[in-house]
Design a protein around this ligand. Structure first.
Ligand SMILES: NC(=O)c1ccc[n+]([C@@H]2O[C@H](COP(=O)([O-])OP(=O)(O)OC[C@H]3O[C@@H](n4cnc5c(N)ncnc54)[C@H](O)[C@@H]3O)[C@@H](O)[C@H]2O)c1
Length: 248
């Protein structure tokens, strides 16, 4: 597929996991990509792999919890590749603790990355896209945007928030030629879930009708589809990619 030839995507949290798979999917459709992440070594390895496969890719060290860093990442993308057509706001972290035991610093850390980070991205990406009169943004939500999960207070709260941010951004800017949607992955096999106890993951996977882990590529294809012209009338939506978790 070459429908994204000449287009440019910036992806946060794309050094590894779902974001790295999405970077590959954008490149396969012809787009150039900029990977924005705090993990420099992993990000550079991902960029090298994309280039080795014939893609155009770059990395900019970015902490999404810092608005200046996000602003600089957007400017780096535009100055490197000349434009910004698509964004996947995907950086996320996880902190397990029941509410009463959750440290204030940990709450703030998760909120700053998972929720404020998405806001900063939307704000600075939109400044370019609104001027251009076109663009498509996808934010990474979760099945935990719909339900509570024991010991995941901050994560669940932020993922609910990502859906609210997505819908409001689409409402505010729906007539501008820019579309803003979210994906809600179920249990996906990535470094993030590798850190979760096996019995906990088994319970989550058991709720999917597919009864298996999803793979990062399966989420990546949904994210790039949402950015593509094939999704031209999809705006303010949340697309579940969860093997049937939400349906059960
Ligand atoms: N894996 C799953 O089962 C699952 C399910 C639902 C939603 N998600 C969401 O998908 C997204 C990607 O998760 P993943 O499973 O690929 O996890 P992952 O841990 O493999 O990847 C997350 C990436 O985000 C980056 N990141 C973390 N903090 C950052 C910051 N401050 N600034 C920039 N980058 C930062 C990490 O370095 C990493 O590259 C996250 O938002 C996560 O919440 C994952």
């Amino acid at each position: 597929m070459t429908d994204m030839n000449g287009k440019v995507a910036m992806l946060t949290g794309a050094a590894r996991g779902i974001g790295a798979a999405a970077a590959q999917s954008f490149v396969q459709r012809g787009a150039s990509v900029v990977i924005c992440d705090v993990l420099a070594d992993d990000a550079r390895a991902t960029v090298e792999a994309l280039k080795a496969a014939g893609g155009k890719a770059d990395f900019v060290l970015t902490d999404v919890s810092d608005p200046d860093s996000v602003k600089a990442a957007v400017e780096h993308t535009v100055s490197t590749f000349g434009r910004l057509d698509y964004a996947l706001n995907n950086a996320g972290i996880f902190q397990a603790a029941p509410l009463a035991e959750l440290e204030v610093e940990d709450w703030q850390r998760v909120v700053n990355v998972n929720l404020s980070g998405v806001f900063y991205c939307l704000k600075f990406q939109l400044q370019h896209m609104l001027e251009a009169g076109s663009g498509a943004i996808v934010n990474t939500a979760s099945v935990w945007s719909y339900a509570a999960s024991g010991g995941q207070t901050a994560y669940v709260a932020t993922k609910h928030g990502v859906v609210g941010l997505t819908k409001n951004a689409a409402l505010d800017h729906g007539g501008s030629g820019v579309r803003i949607n979210a994906i809600a992955p179920g249990p996906i096999e990535t470094p993030m879930t590798a850190g979760v106890p096996e019995e906990v993951m088994a319970k989550i996977i058991g709720r999917t009708s597919s009864n298996r882990y999803g793979q990062p590529e399966e989420v990546a294809r949904a994210a790039t589809w949402l950015c593509s012209e094939e999704a031209s009338y999809v705006n303010g939506s949340v697309l579940s990619v969860d093997g049937g978790w939400l349906a059960s």
